[in-house]
Write a protein that binds this ligand. Structure first.
Ligand SMILES: C[S@@+](CC[C@H](N)C(=O)[O-])C[C@H]1O[C@@H](n2cnc3c(N)ncnc32)[C@H](O)[C@@H]1O
Length: 576
């Protein structure tokens, strides 16, 4: 059954029927309900009281819930809310003031009321009107069923959190032991822009990304992260605790930013939950716990929420941001600057036209159209999922490489490769539709992530998208180099000997341990150019040299001379 589109139990319907029948004035109704449950202004105006009474008469039926994707709506189940609260209780928490921003159906508020006995004040804020009611109904029912529950002053506020004055609330209640608990919306600013939703803070670019970062998506941010930061900022001088269910990336980003923000938070913990089981979503999520009003801390202990098993301690350590402090202590001597420049693969944002399948001597594009372009501009293409083996000799997809370097004039294609030109030109609209501003003002059919390095015959490559940290050796086909797409990173070599040695060094235990200590394997792109550029290959070479591990590899000494040459020129080996 629903009232105000909020679910309501038969128990509560019967209660309202019996108790509101004779009540006409809103004050009388509110006094009665505050007396039972502590909820202030249960009805905000006469209209709400009249509507509820009418609805009881009509015996409203169920309604279909609207799509609430733009509100990141994943309600915490009762058990999880109770377990989180139990965890806090077992760790000595006994708050006087609890606030749940974006409280939804109020499962955390219900759990808190059931567990804590020192409560003086509880505030919930929620944008969705039916949930405001569902929270109030739930609280009322709780008090009707258990008269001994501690009865604080309760306010459930129907408001957009982005308009709510958290700062004043924090200041007013600074004297109380505080718990900010909840589960903020699970949605990002870019999803909201796709949904045409304005459920955003006023200043959306809150991390002040500029230029290329804003274009490439670094300006994209998580709404849950924004709300968490607002709470940390406004409450960090209150005594108490912060306990939010968030995506793992939120904790990582906040910890990363802590170097600059220096919020007065300490005892920072991340307790991993199973989001598939709890919310039926495939994301890595956790309970993010921290205490306010401490000297700023920069590391976080990660454990499993259910088994309490210790996983790692991550954060800022020796001026570096690392995933495993313990692992880093063992591998830190490899943290430096790569002598080789790692490159990201090619980007075209037009896969249906640019990526082709081979089929009996001709090619088929993503729209199932057949074509027979000249072979010269065609190259084998590898994607992240193709980099599973140690040596890669074959490929599934073929791609058209329209330029040899970024911005190159493409008019030569019409003169030299008419069939390829005809195909590209016929599909020009797809290229012109590309949203990213990097293509603006560039020659037709432009691509990115292309340069001399793309044409190196032998490549040592890795996917940016997987946890796997082993490197693959990519061999040419009939002397023609294979290309990688922009989900992959690589360094290139002109001889197979050099490529094999580089692969050997990169796959050695010391480099692998170093990578495991610095990468966050649950990130969307665990391996980035920044990560790879931190591997000091010269040091790794020197360590392995001492161990003479690679004696079977001819050319090992010559390879080492590359590093010395580099020092003479004091230039990076950019060619590779
Ligand atoms: C992930 S759900 C969690 C709800 C509740 N905290 C819980 O743990 O079950 C996020 C909630 O945030 C609410 N919400 C989304 N945008 C909001 C906004 N701008 N202001 C207040 N609440 C908002 C949604 O309606 C939804 O109830």
């Amino acid at each position: 059954m629903t009232i105000f589109e909020a679910n309501i139990s038969t128990f509560l319907m019967d209660f309202f029927k019996t108790n509101l029948k004779k009540i006409k004035a809103i004050k009388d109704a509110n006094d009665l309900l505050e007396g039972i449950s502590g909820i202030k202004s249960f009805f905000k105006n006469d209209k709400e009281l009249v509507e509820l009474k009418n609805k009881i008469k009509e015996h409203t039926s169920t309604f279909e819930e609207p799509n609430r994707r733009a509100y990141g709506d994943f309600q915490t189940n009762e058990d999880l809310a109770a377990n989180v609260v139990e965890h806090l209780f077992n760790n000595g928490q006994s708050p006087q003031f609890v606030i749940e921003p974006t409280c939804g159906k109020g499962r955390f508020i219900h759990a808190v009321l059931k567990r804590f006995t020192e409560l003086e004040k509880v505030v919930g804020i929620e944008i969705y009107y039916p949930y405001v009611w569902e929270t109030k109904f739930g609280i009322l029912e709780l008090f009707l069923k258990d008269k001994h529950t501690c009865k604080p002053e309760i306010e459930i506020i129907h408001e957009d959190i982005f308009n709510f004055d958290l700062n004043s609330l924090a200041k007013e209640n600074k004297h109380l032991d505080t718990l900010v608990i909840g589960n903020p919306p699970w949605v990002t600013s870019s999803e909201l822009s796709t949904l045409n939703s304005n459920n955003l803070p006023k200043k959306s670019n809150f991390k002040s990304h500029k230029g290329i970062d804003a274009i490439t998506g670094k300006g994209n941010f998580d709404i849950g992260e924004f709300i968490s930061i607002q709470v940390l900022k406004n409450f960090d001088e209150c005594k108490g605790t912060f306990a939010f269910l968030v995506k793992n990336s939120v904790v990582k980003n906040i910890l990363h930013g802590q170097w600059k923000t220096k919020y007065k938070i300490g005892n920072i913990r991340k307790l991993n939950i199973d989001a598939k089981k709890e919310f039926n979503v495939s994301v890595d999520a956790c309970l993010f716990l921290t205490s306010f009003n401490l000297s700023p801390e920069f590391t976080c202990r990660e454990t499993d929420f259910y088994s309490h098993k210790e996983i790692t301690e991550f954060g800022w350590h020796k001026n570096k941001f690392v995933y495993s402090i313990q692992g880093y202590n063992k591998a830190e001597n490899l943290d430096g600057k790569s002598s080789f420049v790692w490159r990201q693969g090619m980007k075209h944002d037009c896969s249906k036209i640019m990526e082709l399948d081979r089929c009996n001597g001709h090619f088929i594009n993503g729209y199932k159209e057949e074509l027979t372009p000249e072979k010269n501009l065609l190259y084998g293409l590898l994607k992240s999922s193709d980099l599973k083996n140690e040596v890669i000799k074959s490929y599934r997809k073929t791609t058209i490489v329209t330029q040899k370097k970024i911005g190159q004039d493409t008019s030569y294609i019409k003169r030299e490769y008419p069939k390829t030109y005809h195909y590209l030109n016929k599909n020009r609209a797809y290229f012109d539709k590309r949203k990213s501003s990097i293509y603006r003002g560039k020659p037709p059919f432009s691509i990115f992530g292309i340069g001399d390095y793309s044409f190196a015959k032998y490549k040592v490559a890795i996917s940016g998208m997987y946890k796997r940290t082993t490197f693959s050796l990519v061999l040419p086909e009939n002397d023609k180099p294979l290309m990688l797409d922009d989900t992959c990173y690589f360094i290139g070599f002109e001889t197979i000997k050099e490529a094999k040695i580089a692969q050997k060094i990169l796959n050695s235990n010391i480099v692998q341990s170093f990578l495991k200590a610095i990468i966050f394997s649950d990130a969307k792109r665990p391996i980035t150019k920044d990560v790879l550029m931190r591997i000091d290959l010269k040091k790794a070479y020197a360590i392995l040299d001492l161990e003479a591990e690679t004696s079977e590899l001819s050319g090992w000494r010559l390879f080492g001379e590359k590093f010395n040459k580099k020092e003479e020129n004091s230039n990076q080996m950019t060619l590779f």
